[in-house]
Design a protein. Structure first.
Length: 257
């Protein structure tokens, strides 16, 4: 869940405004399964608070943004959409009028459900997958709740999935969940899943799980440059599979001693 005005602007322009709600054959059973997943993994979903400097021409301003991240190791390593802390690539994909926009990350911290905060650093970026990996600057005093990437699983077309998020301070950092379905699969050049457009803003930066609690992936923003003037043609929210995230974790540098 990315609480960013940049994301709101991009997705609004992309026309992601459908308001239908999918139906399920056994709503009670799905709700029970969803609650079980929610209880098991909600502690791994945190908030990243970033101060971002945005420059356009001679103008520059700083803005504080928040987005969800998912802790994937007990030392606090977490993953989220790179667009949440470096939105320049998405903004620039809007066309020539935005090509001079640049962004710089001024500060970053992790905010946990209990209200604890920890300064953090970006330890790895992948622009192609729109993924960022962040880690507490100081070693955590005790192991943190995390999602195991060893439980990564795929999902098939029209499979129901559970999406977990965390709200902001106005909601006391409460966690939320909803059930959606896989509406599309892209296999090449890299595999990713597409959920319902009506939930696109909530899916960005949020972890997605199967109904039995296996990790499917993380919601990110995918943008390509096209000749079309229609924003929906070049911006899409997708879910990057957990197996691809696991491969990138191997590239994360070890914490300095």
């Amino acid at each position: 869940m990315m609480r960013l005005r940049f994301a709101a602007m991009v997705l609004a322009l992309a026309g992601l405004t459908a308001v239908f709600t999918p139906g399920y054959a056994s709503a009670d059973e799905a709700a029970q399964q969803g609650r079980a997943v929610f209880d098991a993994v909600k502690g791994s979903v945190i908030t990243i608070e970033a101060v971002i400097s945005v420059s356009y021409g001679q103008e520059e301003q700083e803005d504080k943004q928040e987005a969800n991240a998912t802790v994937i190791s007990a030392d606090g390593l977490a993953v989220l959409s790179l667009s949440a802390i470096d939105p320049a690539s998405i903004i620039q994909s809007l066309g020539d009028s935005a090509k001079d926009v640049t962004t710089k990350l001024v500060s970053l911290k992790m905010v946990f459900a209990e209200g604890n905060e920890a300064p953090a650093d970006v330890v790895l970026r992948d622009k192609d997958l729109d993924l960022a990996f962040v880690r507490p600057t100081a070693k955590a005093a005790q192991p943190l709740a995390c999602v195991s990437l060893d439980s990564a699983a795929s999902a098939a077309l029209l499979d129901p999935v559970v999406v977990i998020g965390q709200l902001g301070a106005v909601a006391q950092r409460s966690h939320v969940a909803f059930i959606d379905r896989v509406e599309g699969l892209v296999e090449k050049p890299r595999k990713f899943f597409i959920l319902g457009e009506h939930r696109a803003r909530q899916v960005v930066c949020s972890p997605v799980f199967t109904m039995d609690g296996k990790f499917v992936g993380i919601g990110v923003m995918r943008a390509v440059k096209t000749d079309s003037s229609a924003m929906g043609d070049n911006v899409l929210v997708v879910v990057v599979p957990g197996e691809q995230i696991k491969e990138l974790v191997a590239q994360v540098p070890a914490r300095p001693e």
